[in-house]
Structures are given as C-alpha cells and as structure tokens.
Write a protein that binds this ligand. Structure first.
Ligand SMILES: Cc1ncc(COP(=O)(O)O)c(C=O)c1O
Length: 462
C-alpha cells in the first residue's frame, strides 16, 4: 500500500485532484500498448467535475458576481451539481440544479443529500426549448435574486481548470511519456484543457474523444454543420448543441461508440479491474482499447479518463433487468436445465408414479409435495400424466376412481425436452392442455418444468 494523504487537509476541497493513474491489466488482454486510467472517481464528489466546481465558484467570487447569501444555479447531468454542491456546502451558498429526466435516481438523491434543490426537466426537448435543462437554469437565474449561473458549457473557467490541474498531473504521473489522451466530451472542458496543456509539452500527444452514438460533436468536427442528434443512454458526455468549452483545435479524433458497448465495458472494468466506474468511462475505455490495439506499441502510453463512480448507475447499467429491458445485454439464455436449477420448491427433482399405482396414492404424493402435475413413468419413459384439476373433478364425480390404477384415467404424457433446450423453445410447448414438460439429462428423466415455474422465472421470483 503506497503512502497517500500524509498531511491533514484543512477541508475536503483540498483533496480534489491528484487522482491516481492506474494501469489497466485485464480488459487490455492481448494488447501490447500500455493503457492507464486516470481515476477521477477518487475525487471527493466522485467525478472529474469536482475540478471545475470549486474553480467556477471561486472565479465568480473573485469577479464579485457571487457574494455571501448568493445562489448557485446550473443545468447538470448530476456530477457538476455534486461538485458545486460540495463546494457550496462549505461556503454556505444555496444551490438549485436542473437535470434531464434520463439521469439516474441515484444522482437526484445525491444532490438533495448535499442540500441542493433539484428540478427535473424532460430530456427529449430541442436544445433551445424553454424546458431544456440549460434553458431552464437560465430562466431560474433571471427569476432568483443574487443567483449566479455556473454555465459549465460556456464558462472558460471549465477548460482552464483542467489546463491547470488534469493536464499537469498526467504529464507528471506519466513522466512526460503520455502519447494518447482519451476522454469524453460533455462540456468538452476536460479534453480541451488537459489536451491543450499536454500538447504544449509535446505537440505529438494525440487527443481522442469517445463519442456516444446520437451526439452531434463528431459530425460537427467533420462538417462544421449541426446535425440532428438522437437520444442515447450514456450520461454526462455528448450533446445536441456545441458548447464553447469544447475546443476542437486540441482534439485530433472522435471515436463513436454505442451505448451497449459502453455499458458492457463499464461492467467489465468493474468486474475485471476492480474499478467501479460509470457508463461514460466504459465508452471512453472502449475507444482507448481500439486506439491501443491499432497503435500496437509497447513504448506508447494511452491514458483514459475514468470520469465517475459506478455507484451512480446501480439502478441502470449495473441492473441486469434494466440492461435487458434496454437490449444492452442479451436476454439470459435460459435452458430447461437452467430453469430446473432455479426452482426453489422443496419437492424432489422429479416425483413420478407408476401406471399400476392407485389414484389415491397419486393424490397423496401431490398433497405431500404440493405439486399439481404428476408424470406417470414406466421403464424410464413418461407414458401418461395426472393433472390436479382434472383429477379432482374425476375423483369428486366418481369417488370409486380413487382405488383404480392411474393408468385407467391418465392423460397424455408430458413432452420430454433436452436439458439444453432454450426457454423460448420449450415454453412454446406449454399450454392449458400441456401444463408441464419433462427434462432429460444424459438420456434420463431428470426433472419437470411447469407453466408455473416458467411464470415464476419470468416474473423474477426466485
Ligand atoms: C459522467 C461524466 N463523464 C464525462 C463527463 C465529461 O466531462 P466534460 O464536461 O469535462 O467534457 C461528464 C461531464 O459532465 C460526466 O458527468
């Protein structure tokens, strides 16, 4: 364990910056180029935005715009809000944040935890619509006395903060060996500020921006025209309007990555590198690995910005249900054997009765194991079935049937499926007439799957 934080800090703001540079080892398997992550989630507010929060507040104070009792207002995807709220908490300012409704609940609760007021706005409105979160923030400033807009998308203090901190840290931590900086661009402050500093040290440093599919920044770099963006799920980067904090002159290349690849990479970084990160980081690292694979040079040094903590996305990219609902992971391929393994009922794997046993014995078995379907098995083959509903009706109508062999009243045998058959395939066999299927393992009848079991599984009841 290396020594850090040797001396005490006067307040939490002094702990912002000098975040660790950590080698990525497993997601880079097969890539000879070294790839590092700049772990911005080590900042006290959990993201890269901590660097600009305090910088914007102190700048507004220096310019006499923000005075004691003042109000800080901003449109934010959450992280800048946390950064501002964290600094405002120490300085005694009130905070009001507007936030698009696509952002996670975790982020809303977090801002409120810091005492901020949060106003949720619709995501899918044009950038100049009054309900757009940035437009809404500007309106709130107009209507609130002593209010100051942090204005992160157009405030040049933003890239300046990264020119003064992120860039120099990367140069020092890589001992000037950095060859490629890969980041995301929300406001563009991080890549523009750090990129400018690094290019001043070594003009050959390449600055690459990972861009969500649906954002308009990359297209604008190519055509200088504002394309029609479309919604995407990754939070914090990309946009549908070009911010002035994004300085294209320091950016060499854009790499467009899908939400699915971004989220799957974020899950891999967390599970394989132990770095708990958010979706924008997944996107950035996916772009960084593409670059690293292409340059294939052990002497190069690729650095990816790890923008924020995964804790903000537990209800989303780290939630399998949400990922499946949004087609970000394949529906888990569940087989008949897989479903057998999920069954929680206490009954033995497979309860059967022989054709010669009586209906009464069969009913006792159903009662004992609380089951409604009973396969009739002879010589390892299912030769018939008993289903609670029809059986009850027959026994009540003709009580004498209770002492007859079940072969007298049995219904059609249940279909037998191989254990490897996928749920989608064998659930087609299930119906009111065929309420169960038997599962074969290595040629043996190994278990029974009923409609009830499938419903339970689909409903997520385990
Ligand atoms: C999660 C996340 N990643 C990346 C960024 C991009 O940072 P910047 O605004 O400096 O471009 C942001 C910005 O809000 C963010 O919230």
């Amino acid at each position: 364990m290396t020594e850090r934080n040797r001396r005490p800090y006067n307040d939490v703001l002094e702990t912002i910056g000098w975040t660790p540079l950590i080698r990525l080892n497993r997601v880079t398997a097969g890539i000879r180029t070294p790839v590092y992550g700049k772990a911005e989630f080590f900042n006290p507010g959990g993201s890269v935005k901590d660097r600009i929060g305090i910088a914007i507040i102190e700048d507004a104070e220096r310019r006499g715009e923000l005075k004691p009792g003042g109000v800080i207002v901003e449109g934010t995807s959450g992280n800048t809000g946390v950064a501002l709220a964290l600094a405002a908490a120490l300085k005694g300012y009130r905070c009001i944040f507007t936030m698009p409704d696509k952002m996670s609940q975790e982020k809303v609760r977090l801002l409120k935890a810091f005492g901020a007021e949060v106003i949720i706005t619709p995501t899918a409105v044009p950038p100049d619509h009054p309900d757009n979160y940035v437009m809404k923030a500007k309106a709130i400033v107009r209507d609130t006395p002593h209010a100051v807009l942090a204005n992160q998308f157009y405030n040049q203090v933003n890239p300046e903060a990264h020119y003064n901190t992120t860039g120099p840290e990367l140069w020092t931590q890589t001992e000037g060996k950095i060859t490629h900086l890969v980041g995301g661009a929300g406001t563009g402050g991080t890549v523009s500020g750090a990129g400018r500093f690094l290019k001043e040290q070594n003009p050959n440093v390449r600055v690459i921006v990972g861009e969500p599919q649906g954002s308009v920044y990359a297209e604008y770099a190519r055509t200088k025209t504002l394309a029609e963006g479309h919604p995407y799920k990754v939070e914090g980067i990309g946009g549908d309007k070009i911010p002035s904090a994004l300085h294209y002159e320091y950016i060499d290349e854009f790499r467009t990555i899908s939400d699915k690849d971004a989220f799957q990479m974020a899950r891999r970084i967390t599970r394989e590198e132990g770095l708990f990160v958010g979706g924008s980081t997944g996107l950035i690292v996916a772009a960084a690995l593409q670059v690293a694979r292409e340059i294939d040079d052990p002497k190069a040094c690729v650095v990816a910005i790890l923008c924020d903590t995964g804790e903000r996305y537990l209800s989303k990219l780290f939630n399998d249900e949400w990922m499946r609902e949004n087609q970000m992971i394949e529906a888990e391929r569940v087989t008949a054997s897989g479903l057998l393994a999920c069954k929680t009922d206490t009954a033995p794997e497979l309860v059967t009765v022989a054709p010669s046993q009586t209906v009464r014995q069969a009913l006792n078995l159903m009662e004992t194991y609380d089951i409604s379907q009973l396969p009739i098995v002879e010589g390892g083959q299912c030769v018939g079935s008993l289903n609670e509903g029809t059986l009850m009706a027959q026994a009540i109508a003709h009580p004498a049937v209770l002492d007859q062999p079940v072969r007298e009243i049995m219904e059609a045998p249940y279909p037998v499926v191989d254990g490897e058959l996928a749920l989608e395939r064998f659930s087609e066999l299930l119906s009111r007439e065929t309420p169960a299927v038997l599962v074969r393992h290595n040629g043996e009848l190994a278990g029974i799957v009923t409609r009830y079991d499938v419903l339970h599984y689909m409903a997520g009841i385990r």
